[in-house]
Design a protein around this ligand. Structure first.
Ligand SMILES: [Cu+2]
Length: 171
């Protein structure tokens, strides 16, 4: 075996060893924290949540997302419409410099519609986020049982009835 072959094998081994650490949740100055999604009871729609940490001196914008688990992936926010919180698609989510932007239930989220199959608790799926400045990053979203989250009371919507069809405001 030549030196070149040994060097090649060694470098391949390094790549393999480095793979778990390079989980791909940082791109440029942007770091994605703890992406998670609610388990769904059906294959209708799901929502993903995460923190976006911008360590840079310049603001950025989240301009798109995609995932193999859903046909349509949109950036959503919640707006108050009278006494009801409704979801609305937004073109982009501003990511201020030197700050963490949190996508969380009741606020900004990534909407996954037309799921290929229900999101099962304990599972995970890839989600690619596209930033105007930093570029793309793919993260692994952990699916959690919503009942285990313990903070489902956002007032007003008794969506906990478990009818299998989450209320629109449930995200
Ligand atoms: Cu939504």
């Amino acid at each position: 075996m030549s030196y070149a072959q040994i060097a090649l094998i060694a470098s391949l081994a390094c790549l393999v060893a480095a793979a778990p650490a390079a989980a791909g949740d940082t791109v440029g100055e942007i770091t994605i924290n703890e992406p998670w999604a609610r388990a769904t009871v059906g294959a209708g729609a799901g929502a993903a949540f995460l923190g976006i940490d911008n360590a840079g001196a310049a603001p950025d914008r989240l301009v798109g997302a995609s995932s193999p688990v859903s046909k349509v992936t949109e950036l959503h926010t919640h707006i108050r419409d009278g006494e009801v919180m409704r979801m609305r698609e937004v073109d982009a989510i501003d990511i201020p410099a030197k700050a963490t932007t949190t996508l969380q239930p009741g606020g900004l989220h990534i909407m996954l519609t037309q799921l290929a199959e229900p999101l099962a608790a304990g599972g995970s799926f890839p989600l690619t986020l596209r930033f105007a400045g930093a570029g793309e990053v793919t993260v692994t979203v952990q699916v959690k049982d919503v009942a285990a989250m313990g903070h489902g009371s956002m007032g007003g919507h008794g969506a906990m009835g478990g009818k299998g069809q989450p209320a629109e405001s449930g995200y």
